[in-house]
Design a protein. Structure first.
Length: 81
């Protein structure tokens, strides 16, 4: 998406904290839910031709996101770069 949206950082922080309260043992699942919800909100916002997040219209996506982004394990490289 090549657009600018106001409030995405605030939304990410709020979603991350809310999901962490419900699932404190799985950071990967929490991140998947938060990022998937944000993607749904941004898609709806872009479709509306707006730069202001369509939060009310995205209530269901925020509360029960369909997981569209999957976390992958990461480990630091052992070689020098």
């Amino acid at each position: 998406m090549d657009k600018y949206f106001t409030g995405t950082g605030d939304l990410f922080t709020a979603l991350l904290l809310a999901h962490l309260c419900h699932d404190p043992d799985s950071l990967a699942a929490v991140c998947e839910r938060a990022v998937s919800a944000i993607l749904a909100v941004l898609t709806r916002t872009a479709a509306a031709g707006s730069w202001e997040l369509r939060l009310i219209q995205s209530k269901r996506d925020i509360e029960q996101p369909v997981i569209t982004v999957h976390a992958e394990p990461w480990s630091p490289s052992t070689g020098s770069e």
